[in-house]
Design a protein around this ligand. Structure first.
Ligand code: PMP
Length: 286
């Protein structure tokens, strides 16, 4: 089955899918995106992802590329045309194509790209059984990381530094020593008393959709979540640490900057959250 990508109203063979050189996403990173997990033929938590898309668009005064209901249909169609049962769907909205100028163009339609990709769930399970390693890096991003923009260069560099260090994620650390979030994930710990801790999302991090749904998963398991900052030292001394994102769900962290978390093995709390996640999350038939 050939890969099919949606670009501004057309379903194209993936190798032929391209945007104009003056797309403002390309020239200014003037755009936003969403990534949804696809599991067993369902788009996971689509309502929350599109609610966050709406917020990102409003914060940047970019209009919707089409009616929300139509966008839902196109997302599902891209998943279907690519035969994705397990994987992800990526959508990006930019301010559109216009002669290069910093100021917003007048009467330009936003540009929409949607891709879908298969992923092997067995690989994710293997990774969760092993856990991942993270490094810490100083926060060097702008102040509005609550908006899910395609301007991700600090995240690219941080994750590349993680790879160079033999790790899979980088945690941005605030000037006060508290962990903000990962390059493409939210950061959590489980304290010695069994509380889940993650930073408040009012400011300074992206309000992850997986993070939000994990609050419900935690409640269903009788676990308490504390929204507060935690330091790197606290994370190293925690009972468990983990990350969350649409592509990793809840993924154990077994090492931080080369030091093991607890006994260096995935913890039982994160694995129970992971196991219960799909039962609680919204499932939208593709
Ligand atoms: N923070 C950042 C910086 C991210 O890029 C992501 C992944 N998009 C997340 C957190 C997690 O968000 P979500 O659970 O919605 O995937």
């Amino acid at each position: 089955m050939p890969r099919i990508t949606y670009v501004n109203g057309r379903y194209l063979r993936h190798p032929d899918a391209s945007v104009h050189v003056e797309d403002r996403g390309y020239q200014f990173a003037d755009g936003v995106y969403e990534v949804c997990e696809v599991k067993q033929g369902f788009v996971v938590d689509m309502t929350r992802h599109l609610d966050r898309l709406d917020r990102s668009l409003r914060e940047l005064s970019i209009s919707w590329p089409m009616h929300r209901k139509a966008l839902e249909l196109v997302i599902r169609e891209v998943v279907r045309r690519n035969g994705v049962r397990n994987g992800l769907v990526y959508l990006q909205v930019t301010r559109g194509v216009a002669p290069r100028d910093f100021l917003f163009p007048q009467a330009v339609a936003p540009a929409l790209v949607i891709t879908a990709r298969k992923a092997d769930p067995a690989q994710a399970t293997k990774r969760a059984e092993a856990g991942i390693k993270v490094i810490t890096v100083p926060e060097n991003r702008w102040d509005r990381v609550d908006i899910k923009t395609v301007g991700l260069l600090p995240n690219v560099l941080a994750k590349q530094a993680a790879k160079a260090a033999g790790a899979q994620e980088a945690w941005f650390v605030d000037v006060d020593g508290t962990v903000k979030e990962g390059g493409s994930s939210n950061a959590w710990i489980v304290t010695r008393d069994g509380y889940l801790v993650t930073r408040p999302a009012e400011h300074g991090i992206l309000r992850g959709i997986t993070r939000t749904t994990l609050f419900e998963v935690a409640a269903s398991l009788g676990l308490t979540v504390e929204e507060r900052g935690f330091t790197v030292a606290e994370a190293k001394a925690a009972r468990e640490a983990f990350i969350s994102s649409a592509t990793t769900i809840a993924m154990p962290v077994v090492e931080i900057d080369g030091a093991p978390v607890a006994n260096g093995h995935p913890g039982s709390v994160v694995l129970s959250l992971r196991a219960a996640f799909f039962d609680i999350a919204e499932k939208c038939q593709a």
